[in-house]
Ligand binder design. Structure first.
Ligand code: ZN
Length: 146
């Protein structure tokens, strides 16, 4: 069985990295963030913290690698699922906008914490969809739409 070689870059593998947060910032001409680990231009910004509380902003690939070294992958996966769900919502919004079916949308949080995206339908009324991951905000979705 072949094992994938994990190359150590700027962040030492001897540290334990904990997932703090993830966000998506679309890459634009000349504007972008680089991974503090590998130096590549990144759109998925993952903030991790080492055992001494120092925070680093790295790409999702590096975050997967660094946080899985000490089996703390669970948190990274949460961010990744939210990212995927956000991407699906973006596709849905874009499709509906193209077909001229919706005029807008907002995110509604119930008192018990459940989150829904509510679309305003041009013909009247609304359409509601449950959002499973708390990281998804309108800002998160609109960053995809621009
Ligand atoms: Zn990287």
């Amino acid at each position: 069985m072949k094992t994938k070689a994990i190359i150590q870059r700027a962040l030492p593998h001897s540290s334990v990295y904990t997932f703090i947060s993830a966000s998506y910032v679309p890459l634009m001409d000349g504007i972008g963030c680089t991974c503090e680990n590998c130096g590549k231009l990144i759109a998925n910004l993952v903030t991790v913290e080492n055992e001494s509380g120092k925070r680093f902003v790295i790409g999702s690939d590096c975050a997967d690698t660094l946080t899985s070294l000490k089996s703390d992958v669970k948190w990274v996966l949460t961010g990744q699922y939210a990212f995927n769900e956000g991407r699906q919502l973006r596709a849905k919004i874009q499709k509906n906008l193209k077909e001229n079916k919706i005029s807008g949308g907002h995110i509604y949080t119930c008192t018990e914490g459940n989150k829904f995206i509510v679309f305003d339908i041009i013909k009247g009324g609304t359409s509601m969809q449950r959002i499973n991951y708390p990281d998804i905000t309108l800002k998160f979705i609109s960053s995809f739409l621009s």
